[in-house]
Design a binder for this molecule. Structure first.
Ligand SMILES: Cc1ncc(COP(=O)(O)O)c(C=O)c1O
Length: 451
């Protein structure tokens, strides 16, 4: 009897061991995996142009002057600093008020306040932009849709986040063609899909990711006119927009101006009711340099209900928003319980202090001016016109369109690291490496002409 039991335990153990041993190796992260490789690179000539982190003219990751001042204020005010307790599940009231004020009143002054006044924005303080996307994905997959359209190309993590959080169908829309935004291909694909869905009587609304500005990896954004065409289409097809605003300020250096896509989507005269909501995922990683502090937000703009539709009077209670709030809270509680405190305190100090906010706007503009300088200097050496197409090329990234073989050659022969899709982070370029870098880029670009 005892022997049988023991042998059962043995069987049981081997069953578990073999289950774990069946776990396949996941591929290394396309960006962070390369950084690890770079650290091990021995050549003194090595240049890391992989990660989207701003570095100054000396190649250093710096803290913005506005953030340094905010940190000092936090250090010197015990009441700001001495509470290490848990934050509420969806963040503090103060953070919510500061960020909503910044996003919906200052960045979208014409229509943003209307949504706030009608209690039509559900809000969560998130683990930066990635966390905002993950919470949005979980919510959408549970209640709205398991279909998502992602640009091709896009930030590699988009697919990963939506797949990990319950999305079953990942579609790619053509974004980039011959150095231009493929506006016609993009719209055509969405319409064809919608007609097929209609003929199948499938009423699930698909979601769509829109990069608000500084598209990653191409750096190429639609013009305002192109955005209008796209948003008209998305609205007519009743799709659910997920606006990914990871780089507000890095397009023009003007924080408020860069919220153009949000201003357009919130235009109640053009788009009176996003029937399945509009999801804004926002990050302070890049525009406040708070990368590791993981601070950002998710705002869900809810549709008008019979309660608040056609009314200009603020409603005291919007039950739809309350239901959505409650579900977002439940999702966060099960995912990571509550957000971290320090980064959000820095954001609170910067956003609530007029002088610091002004300094922050200047800091962002300074960063963008340096990126423009790098583009011009590279253009002088390489003569590649897209580098200085300032009307449409924005942000930290330049898309070389190099093949994987060219990217490998750059890495193996010249010790210059780009991401596998040929994306180059301009902030890693400075006066001490620009000549060598441009020689390497030129040599590798010619390699393709001979091939
Ligand atoms: C397009 C895009 N969305 C979202 C993010 C999220 O960044 P984080 O989670 O650091 O805020 C990034 C970061 O690189 C990005 O490029």
């Amino acid at each position: 009897m005892l022997r049988t039991r023991l042998s059962n335990v043995g069987l049981w153990r081997s069953y578990y061991t073999s289950s774990l041993s069946r776990v396949p190796r996941a591929p290394p992260d396309k960006v962070l995996g390369l950084s690890e490789h770079f650290k091990r690179e021995k050549s003194a000539k090595k240049i890391d142009l992989t990660v989207g982190i701003y570095k100054d003219a000396w190649g250093k990751v710096t803290t913005f002057p506005s953030v340094v001042k905010a940190q000092k204020l936090i250090e010197s005010h015990l009441e700001l600093n001495n509470n290490l307790s848990y934050l509420p599940i969806t963040g503090t009231k103060e953070f919510q008020e500061n960020v909503l004020n910044f996003l919906f009143r200052e960045s979208c002054p014409q229509f943003g306040p209307f949504y706030l006044a009608h209690d039509r924005v559900s809000f969560v303080q998130t683990l930066s932009g990635t966390g905002a996307l993950a919470v949005a994905a979980k919510f959408l997959a549970l209640f709205i849709s398991k279909d998502i359209w992602i640009p091709d190309p896009s930030w590699a993590n988009h697919k990963n986040i939506f797949q990990n959080n319950g999305f079953e169908n990942i579609h790619r829309y053509s974004y980039y063609k011959d150095g231009q935004v493929d506006i016609d291909g993009w719209i055509e694909q969405l319409k064809t899909f919608a007609y097929t869905r209609q003929s199948e009587n499938n009423k699930n609304p698909p979601c769509i990711i829109l990069h608000a500005c500084c598209h990653n990896p191409t750096g190429l954004d639609p013009t305002k006119e192109q955005w209008k065409k796209i948003i008209d289409t998305i609205y007519d097809l009743k799709m659910v927009p997920i606006v990914d605003m990871a780089y507000q300020g890095l397009e023009s250096g003007d924080m408020l101006r860069d919220a153009y896509l949000m201003r357009l989507c919130l235009d109640v005269e053009k788009y009176p009711n996003w029937s399945n909501g509009l999801f804004l995922c926002q990050s302070f990683a890049k525009n406040m340099g708070l990368y590791g502090e993981r601070v950002g937000s998710l705002s869900v703009v809810t549709p008008a209900t019979t309660n608040n539709r056609n009314s200009n009077l603020p409603q005291q209670i919007n039950p739809l928003q309350q239901n959505i709030d409650s579900q977002l809270k439940k999702i966060v509680r099960g995912m990571y319980s509550s957000p971290p405190g320090y980064g959000s305190r820095v954001v609170n100090v910067v956003l609530s202090n007029a002088k610091l906010k002004q300094q922050w706007f200047k800091d962002v503009d300074f960063m963008v001016q340096r990126l423009h300088y790098v583009r011009k200097e590279m253009f002088d050496r390489l003569g590649w016109p897209a580098l200085i197409n300032f009307a449409q090329q924005h942000g930290m990234f330049y898309y070389t369109k190099f093949s994987p073989k060219q990217v490998d050659t750059l890495r193996n022969q010249y010790f210059v690291y780009l991401t596998g899709d040929g994306r180059l982070s301009l902030s890693g370029v400075n006066d001490s490496n620009i000549d060598y870098l441009c020689e390497a880029l030129e040599a590798v670009s010619k390699m393709s002409e001979l091939a």
